[in-house]
Design a protein around this ligand. Structure first.
Ligand code: NAD
Length: 265
């Protein structure tokens, strides 16, 4: 039985992962952490997710929980991830980062931590999106460069980052397929940008209602469009993928990993 600690335990993904872990088995939570100001502090993790009590109280301190953990899962906020990485590296506990919207600071911290622990950064833990990334890379490599690449994503009204981490990962996969530097070709917003320049990878974003997550990548040329896409209808799909990744990470040696490593094994 793998022992896991959940950071961001009181959030939407924290609850979905708690529920999925109960129905899947093979992993149990030995600790749960949320923000010091969270109204959920002191609540049982299971009860907060609408289940029977699990005997794990949601606290605000990660460090004391790490001696009883085989893996940590972080689904919180970007500003939290640097500290999670540092604490996990110090305690030698592998870490799954599901939190999106990471900046340069957190990515550098991840490189640093990956020298001593296994770190898997997954802006999208669904196996379908993991496969989509590979399909997009291949399509971008195979099609001539006059096929314009545009990425659309839609999420619920509470989502904080835009474009989504998944949309950016799809853009990076397309840029990689074309042998281009992503930052040279990405156009994150078209407001006031003028006509499309050759080679650009453009992003469009929708925020509305309770949309769980939709992504499409369009390759458009004169006379045809190829559209590759993914629709998540239930957060449980991310939760199940996160659990698969956590089970895969436990006991893994130091280094940077992606969901493609989980899928391929
Ligand atoms: P949410 O806002 O519902 O939950 C985030 C939780 O983090 C909240 O309970 C918040 O109180 C908590 N938090 C804030 N500061 C904290 C701290 N210092 N320590 C511990 N916890 C803290 O958001 P959500 O929808 O659950 O999403 C969480 C993250 O996961 C976001 O970045 C989202 O984009 C990402 N996400 C990833 C996937 C994936 O497949 N990887 C899927 C969905 C969402």
């Amino acid at each position: 039985m793998i022992r896991a600690v959940l950071v961001g335990a009181a959030g939407r993904m924290g609850r979905a992962i708690t529920v999925a872990a109960q129905s899947e088995g093979g992993l149990r939570f030995t600790g749960a952490v949320d923000a010091a100001r969270s109204a959920a502090l002191g609540t049982d993790l299971g009860v907060h997710a609408g289940l029977a009590p699990l005997g794990v109280s949601i606290g605000s301190e990660l460090a004391p929980l790490l001696s009883c953990a085989d893996v940590v899962m972080d689904f919180s906020q970007p500003a939290v991830v640097g500290e999670t990485l540092g604490r996990c590296a110090a305690a030698r506990v592998p870490l799954l980062v599901g939190t999106t919207g990471l900046g340069t600071e957190q990515l550098l911290a991840a490189e640093q931590a990956a020298r001593s622990i296994a770190v898997l950064i997954a802006p999208n833990t669904s196996l379908g999106v993991t496969l989509l990334l590979e399909l997009v890379r291949r399509a971008a490599a195979a099609l001539p460069t006059d096929y314009d690449i545009e990425i659309f994503e839609a999420h619920h009204r509470e989502k904080k980052d835009a474009p989504s981490g998944t949309a950016l990962a799809l853009g990076r996969a397309a840029a990689q397929g074309r042998g281009r530097d992503f930052d040279d070709v990405a156009v994150r917003s078209r407001s006031g940008s003028g006509p499309r320049q050759p080679g650009e990878i453009g992003f469009a974003v929708q925020r509305a209602g309770d949309i769980v997550g939709e992504h499409s990548v369009t390759f458009a040329a004169a006379g045809e469009r190829l559209v590759l896409g993914h629709v998540a209808t239930d957060r449980a799909v991310f939760a199940r993928g996160a659990l698969a990744a956590a089970r895969w990470l436990a006991g893994r040696h130091a280094g940077r990993y992606t969901m493609a490593d989980v899928l391929s094994s």
